[in-house]
Design a protein around this ligand. Structure first.
Ligand code: FES
Length: 90
């Protein structure tokens, strides 16, 4: 059974379906025409961080986030994949 995961880009007013051909949420956002600042694409620089408003992700590394970011539920799109439906503040 294939589980469909839906990702909502709230500010962009766009909803898209996650598929496994996407490597991460950054790639998915870009494919959907959503402009995200990104530099390292490896979870280090923190430039692609976005607030997760709802849902759960798996993040390969949290290196680019500080304590404040973690408290605010920021995620690094370039190293995140969704585990559930998501709402992102972007
Ligand atoms: S692009 Fe550097 S942390 Fe995502």
């Amino acid at each position: 059974m294939v589980m469909e995961i839906q990702v909502e880009f709230k500010k962009s007013e766009k909803i898209a379906l996650w598929c496994d051909s996407h490597d991460n949420l950054l790639e998915m956002a870009e494919e959907n025409g959503i402009k995200i600042t990104s530099e390292c694409a490896a979870g280090i620089c923190g430039s692609c961080k976005v607030k997760l408003l709802d849902g759960e992700v798996e993040m390969e590394t949290q290196e680019g986030l500080d304590d404040e970011d973690l408290k605010e539920n920021m995620i690094l799109l370039c190293v995140s994949v969704p585990l559930s439906n998501l709402v992102l503040d972007v």
